[in-house]
Each structure stands twice: as C-alpha cells, then as structure tokens.
Ligand binder design. Structure first.
Ligand code: SAH
Ligand code: SF4
Length: 382
C-alpha cells in the first residue's frame, strides 16, 4: 500500500524523506510541487533526481478522493461532493467574493454532536477524515480553480472549517492539515484567514490556542444553558460559562482580537427580543468594558426532519439591531448557494439517503458543471 503524501505536513514529509534515505530538504521541493503547483505525477517534478522519483512512484501517491458531483450555484458558489468510501460523502464549498475566495472544508464524515438544526448532525457520525482527506479538499479546489479560471495566482484566500463535522473532535488529523494550509511552502495562508469553527469542545480549544492559534468561530446559538442544552447537546458537557472562559483564554493567542460567535436564527426558538437582550447581558458580563466578540447571524437553512423554520428577515434585523446598539459588531450572513443546498451538509445527507436523491435533484436548480467560466466575475453571473 502506498502512502498518500497529502497526509503529511512539511515536518511529516521530511521524516518520510529521511526514511527513504533522502535529505530532509528534499521534502521542501516535494511539498512545493504538491501544494503550490498541484502536481500529482512524480514525473512532472523535474528538479527531483530520477532515482528519487522512481522511489516515490513505488511507495507514494498524491491523491484526492474521487468527486461524485460538482454543482455551481447561480451566485457562483461551487459545491463538490467527494466520495470518501463506504457510502460516505463529504462536501466542500467554494464561495467567490469581490475581495476573496473562501473554501469551506469538512473535517468528518457525519458528526456525532447531534445539534438539532444541523442536517449533518441528524445524519450521525461515520468517521473522522484523515489529514490527507482534509488537505485534499483544498489541494483539489485550489488547483482545479486555477486551471479553469486560467489563473496563476492563488484563488483561495480564506479557509473555514465549517463543512461537515466538528473539527476539534478530529484534532489529531486537523492539526497537520492546518499546518499545511499555513506553511509558506504550502498554501501560505495567514492565521487570520484560516478559521476553525467549533460547537465548543473546551479542552481542545485550549490545545488549539497552544498548537496552532488560527481564527476561531464558536457556534453559540443560544443565550442561556437551558436553550443551548436543547439545541447543542454538547452544552451539557461544557456550559456557556465554561465556553466563555475558554474563549477568553483563546484570545490571548488568537490572531485577531475577537472571536466570532455564530448564531443560527430559528423562528420562535432563539430569535426573540428577550434572547437578544440576554445575549447582550451575557457578553457584557464577560467583557469588562472591551467587547471581544462579533456575532454572525446565520439564517437557518431548513431541512424537513428538523421541524424548525428560518427566522423572518425582519426578526433577524430586529435581533441584529439590539446587539449592534449594545456595541456588539453583528453581521447577517448572506445565504449563498441556496439553489444547490450549499449551506450545511445537505446534499451529502441526501447521498446517504439515496431514496431521496432522484426527487431532490429534480427539484433543485442544479446542473453539472462541464466547464467553468473564465473569471470569478463570470462565475457570479453564471
Ligand atoms: N461543527 C462545527 C463546524 C461545522 S458547522 C460547528 O458546529 O461550529 C458550521 C456552522 O454551520 C455552525 O455554526 C453551525 O451551527 C451552522 N449550521 C449547521 N446547520 C445549519 C443550518 N441548517 N442552517 C444554518 N446554519 C447551520
Ligand atoms: Fe456537528 Fe457542527 Fe452540525 Fe453541530 S452544527 S451537528 S457540531 S457539524
């Protein structure tokens, strides 16, 4: 069995090279070929000795999971589904914007956290992705987009770990993947532009602060423990108070001077004026003057089994105003890729539940992408 070189961060690759009897610095060349040039064929690596290339051909490969589908939304968002084996699929979403290209990456097939409003949570947990399977999503998307947009420079400027799964539940595979993203010989992304989103695994937040303090988003979704226990079952283990304190500790190492709280807007459940007021009190309690968080209100992306509805836009505005007037920077997330269910674990859920795929695909305005338009602007218009 060959090893997939996407599984290694630079240090891991250096150790691998040493085991092959090669100098460590060869790893830098190899790493740059893989991540900066998108090479998957060792024969293309012209500055590596033929003897090394021959060795690599025998024992290594550079490979992403096969793509099951690729959908493009009318707003330019692209969603890929990767077949990670045994009937599991994970999704990756590219979101083009004026000044950036964001890739939303999955960390697990399914998720064990069981949040009520999340279709990945409803699917249950299949398995952790390996480092290489996390990295492959970026490797594939970046080089695919560069080729099809005919760009030589970087297309993906930001990564958010907000696809399927709880990244901090897969910590040991996540960490090397983050290092590949940040490495100057890899994707060279700054720590501010790589965001880990978590439902609040407190001990792992502390570890991340030490090991690789990238930007942090915390899925809060409720202003009190009673409601959060119901929406995010993990709250029974790590309460809001513990979570807030963990955020404060994280800030000491964080690349930005704030943490983002994500708050999924659920009609009649957590979107009332009193909830916003409770949030203001909560944040003030932990702020001692300087507010250290921002809020991102996410309109709920509905799916039938949830029994929940999206808050009305006017209600979201009212909610945002209360937070903003209390001095808390608040944004309302634009829903992107709605027509291809690009938001949250939905299409992958349908692949698992194969009986629904046919009906669903017919209902959606989705289409397979044969060739991608030449610029990101055209992508938006496509
Ligand atoms: N497990 C991590 C990261 C993946 S989920 C976490 O929970 O933070 C990424 C974000 O999408 C989270 O804030 C999550 O709460 C939100 N989300 C999940 N399902 C959603 C839905 N149906 N509609 C809107 N947001 C959703
Ligand atoms: Fe898992 Fe995040 Fe979905 Fe909760 S919201 S079930 S933690 S993926």
């Amino acid at each position: 069995m060959t090893v997939n070189l996407l599984d290694y961060d630079l240090e891991g690759l250096a150790v691998f090279c040493e085991r092959l009897g090669e100098k460590r610095y060869r790893a830098v060349q190899l790493f740059r070929w893989i991540h900066q040039k998108g090479a998957s064929n060792f024969d293309d690596m012209s500055d590596l000795a033929k003897s090394l290339r021959d060795k690599l051909k025998v024992c290594a490969r550079i490979e992403a999971a096969p793509t099951m589908s690729q959908h493009i939304s009318s707003d330019g968002t692209i969603k890929w589904l990767f077949d990670v084996g045994a009937g599991d699929a994970v999704e990756t979403v590219f979101i083009p914007e004026e000044d950036r290209g964001t890739l939303c990456i999955s960390s697990q097939a399914g998720c064990a956290m069981g949040c009520r409003f999340c279709s990945t949570g409803h699917q249950g947990f299949s398995r952790n992705l390996r480092t290489g399977e996390i990295v492959a999503q970026l490797w594939f998307a970046e080089h695919f987009l560069r080729k099809h947009l005919q760009r030589e420079d970087r297309v993906i400027s930001n990564v958010v770990m907000m696809g399927m799964g709880e990244p901090l539940q897969n910590y040991s595979e996540l960490l090397p993947a983050l290092r590949v993203m940040l490495d100057d010989h890899g994707y060279g992304l700054s720590r501010r532009r790589v965001t880990v989103s978590t439902s609040g695994i407190v001990p792992k937040m502390d570890r991340l602060a030490q090991d690789c303090p990238v930007a942090l988003a915390v899925s809060l979704h409720a202003p009190n423990d009673e409601l959060r226990d119901d929406l995010v079952p993990l709250n029974k283990k790590y309460s809001i108070a513990e979570l807030m304190q963990a955020c404060q500790r994280y800030l000491i190492h964080a690349p930005r001077d704030f943490i983002t709280f994500e708050y999924c807007m659920l009609d009649g459940v957590n979107d009332q004026v009193e909830h916003a007021q409770q949030l203001v009190r909560l944040i003030r309690h932990y702020s001692s003057g300087q507010v250290w968080c921002k809020f991102n209100l996410i309109p709920f992306n509905p799916f039938p089994e949830s029994g929940l509805n999206r808050s009305f836009p006017e209600q979201i505005q009212v909610f945002a105003k209360i937070l903003t007037e209390a001095g808390i920077v608040t944004t309302i997330r634009r829903t992107r890729g709605d027509d291809i269910d690009a938001a949250c674990g939905q299409l992958a859920g349908e692949v698992k539940d194969r009986t629904r795929v046919g009906q669903r695909i017919a209902r959606q305005r989705t289409f397979m992408l044969k060739s991608i338009p030449a610029s990101t602007n055209e992508l938006k218009e496509a």
